[in-house]
Design a protein around this ligand. Structure first.
Ligand SMILES: [Fe+2]
Ligand SMILES: [Fe+2]
Length: 259
């Protein structure tokens, strides 16, 4: 089974870039399952039913999220109902949405778990304990984890924690791709961060001049999504019959001009 995993899609430019790049990505990687992190898909922060629909239309089978998931109140009902959209599992249980799902892909039961790091981000429970609890009760032949976390040490630690127990631990949230993609000795594909799908003429997807103004003046500044030079970033993972990874390949390409 081939899995295509795409990092945080930022706003309209990210959504359009992904849509334009998907035909080429499909041809090159022939994914059986495409997972897209959509936490920044609505106006650069958060997700709505509308932006989720656009990601599904572009080719996502599953949408994961992260710390911006509750930015748009209108999406809370949608998060409860949407079967293929998940949010970090270690948030308070009563919060809208769910933290993992299982779907059938080519005769394989594939579990997808979304987790949030605890360092520098707000969580209700340890991601390490949370994922152990889910793995104990999940009925799946292969499990893939989107670890949405700030700090590389916590991400690397999660890779070792889950090595040999899941097919992949794929980092998101920082929007900056890391160069450490590899299959760990136990058979788990790992990368600290896959990066984002959005403008490279930006600071993490936001217009650089606005972020600079905020950082220099230390005053609040309204952020807008940058639009130039959109790149699509992610990884392609080959999963074997044991539910572990044979390979992980970084995906990083400029989005073709949208039609
Ligand atoms: Fe993000
Ligand atoms: Fe995030």
């Amino acid at each position: 089974m081939k899995v295509l995993f795409i990092g945080d899609v930022v706003g309209g430019p990210g959504r359009r870039g992904l849509k334009a790049a998907m035909p080429g990505l499909r041809e090159r990687h022939q994914p059986d399952l495409t997972i897209v992190n959509g936490e920044n898909s609505a106006g650069g922060m958060g997700i709505t039913a509308k932006t989720a629909a656009a990601l599904f239309e572009a080719g996502a089978d599953v949408i994961t999220t992260g710390n911006h998931v509750y930015r748009h109140r209108e999406a809370y009902g949608f998060l409860d109902e949407a079967e293929r959209v998940i949010r970090p599992a270690n948030y308070p249980h009563a919060n809208p949405g769910r933290g993992h799902l299982v779907l059938e892909v080519g005769g394989m039961r594939v579990g997808v778990i979304n987790l949030s790091g605890a360092i520098g981000l707000q969580v209700a429970r340890s991601p390490f304990v949370e994922v152990d609890n889910i793995l104990e009760r999940i009925e799946a032949d292969c499990v893939l984890v989107d670890f949405h976390a700030e700090v590389t040490s916590e991400k690397v630690a999660m890779g070792w924690h889950l090595d040999g127990r899941v097919g992949a631990v794929l980092g998101t949230h920082t929007h900056v791709p890391t160069a450490d993609a590899r299959v760990l000795p136990g058979g788990t594909a790992y990368i600290s961060d896959v990066g984002m799908t959005g403008s490279r003429t930006s600071v993490l997807g936001v217009k650089p001049e606005q972020v600079l103004e905020m950082m220099i003046t230390q005053m609040p500044v309204k952020f807008e999504t940058a639009e130039e030079d959109v790149w699509v970033m992610g990884v392609a993972v080959e999963i074997n019959q044991q539910g572990l990874a044979d390979s992980i390949e970084q995906v990083m390409l400029p989005a073709p001009e949208s039609p």
